[in-house]
Design a protein around this ligand. Structure first.
Ligand code: NAI
Length: 332
């Protein structure tokens, strides 16, 4: 029997993992996130399953290896929350490279439409029988320029969707895909010519705060920024300044720099101490969802299926499918 400790477990995770798990795996679901303080809970388990905001730093890796844990299975694509160097030669790591690029791309487009057509405002108004249209004027996406940063699995689907709306697409990727029917260009041109900019690259050491005050000042007035990738791609303070000065026309954020203590949880009865987030939320042209872009039935099923077969493959056949390692990542 393979014993697995799953951290930051939510009811929808428990449902999908329980429905697909075989008799060879026993899972203990912990609500708490994996941190230095909670790593001890993994005692007696062969593997841990973690998510985007579990903090897999060097101390946590040290603690897990000391407890005899042999595998860290990320039930997500991104692995910026794992210290790969510290894990080298100590513990194996796998992830779910793709579970539904459509889920994320469709959510990004959903946020964009909601924002530019003010659907979030109209919804609240009509609940109160306020059928006035004043202040709800949007703009057509057709004919506008979409700047896509990162044209991997999600960026590609997003480009296809945007093309369906009749948008012109400019793209920037450190590894352009020559077979893709988009116009690759410099980051500078993306900034200066795009009406909407959408981030679909992973967070790496090279692109931390790729959207900062300098980038924002190079953008078109009224630009809409979409981030469904990772919060730290955007300097949230600079974004807020851009919104306050009306340089930025709208922000659609599914991720936020300091999300780890807030997102995925009900904080409605609490005083939120993050003044930047509170101010962003108060803005009429900022739309925030709580790292929700992945959350479709199809994606949850794929996440559970890939994670469970990765764990079984590792412990029963010595395979490392979808491995994430310092070496592999360094080469990129
Ligand atoms: P992918 O690995 O298929 O594509 C990423 C692309 O970004 C690659 O083409 C790569 O060359 C490019 N890239 C890397 N560094 C770059 C840089 N500095 N500038 C421009 N391009 C760069 O990844 P995928 O599946 O498309 O996912 C993208 C990101 O979306 C993930 O890394 C993750 O952070 C985020 N994500 C968010 C989810 C959510 O629920 N909000 C769910 C799943 C992924």
């Amino acid at each position: 029997m393979i014993k697995v400790a799953m951290f930051d477990s939510k009811p929808y995770d428990i449902d999908s993992f329980n429905s697909l798990k075989g008799d060879n795996i026993k899972i203990k679901y912990f609500e708490t996130k994996l941190t230095e303080d909670t790593a001890e809970l993994a005692k007696g388990y062969d593997a841990v399953v973690v998510f985007v905001n579990d903090d897999v730093n060097s101390a946590v890796i040290e603690a897990l290896t000391g407890l005899g844990v042999r595998l860290i299975a990320l039930r997500c694509a991104g692995f910026n929350n794992v210290n790969l160097k510290a894990a080298r030669d100590k513990i194996s790591i796998i992830h779910v490279p793709a579970y539904s690029p459509h889920a994320v791309a469709e959510h990004a487009l959903g946020m964009l439409l909601t924002s530019v057509r003010r659907i979030h405002k109209a919804y609240i108004r009509s609940k109160d029988f306020n059928f006035s249209l004043n202040g709800l004027t949007g703009f057509n996406l057709n004919g506008r320029t979409m700047g896509i940063i990162g044209t991997g699995k999600i960026g590609k689907v997003f480009a296809r969707i945007c093309r369906g709306f009749g948008m012109k697409i400019l793209a920037y990727d450190i590894y352009p895909d020559k077979g893709l029917d988009v116009e690759y260009t410099s980051l500078d041109r993306i900034f200066s010519e795009s009406d909407v900019i959408s981030l679909h690259c992973p967070l790496t050491n090279d692109n931390y705060h790729i959207i900062d005050q300098k980038a924002i000042s190079a953008m078109k007035d009224g630009v809409i920024i979409i981030n469904t990738s990772r919060g730290s791609l955007i300097d949230a303070e600079d974004l807020l300044e851009g919104i306050k000065s009306k340089k930025i026309g709208g922000a659609c954020l599914d991720v936020y720099e300091e999300e780890s203590d807030l997102f995925f949880e009900d904080n409605s009865g609490h005083i939120v101490h993050d003044d930047i987030l509170a101010r962003l939320i108060s803005m009429p042209n900022v739309l925030i969802t709580s790292h929700q872009a992945f959350l479709t039935r199809e994606a949850l099923e794929n996440i559970a299926d890939t994670t469970l077969s990765g764990i079984t493959g590792y412990f029963e056949r010595g395979e490392l499918t979808n491995e994430v390692s310092y070496e592999k990542n360094k080469k990129k």
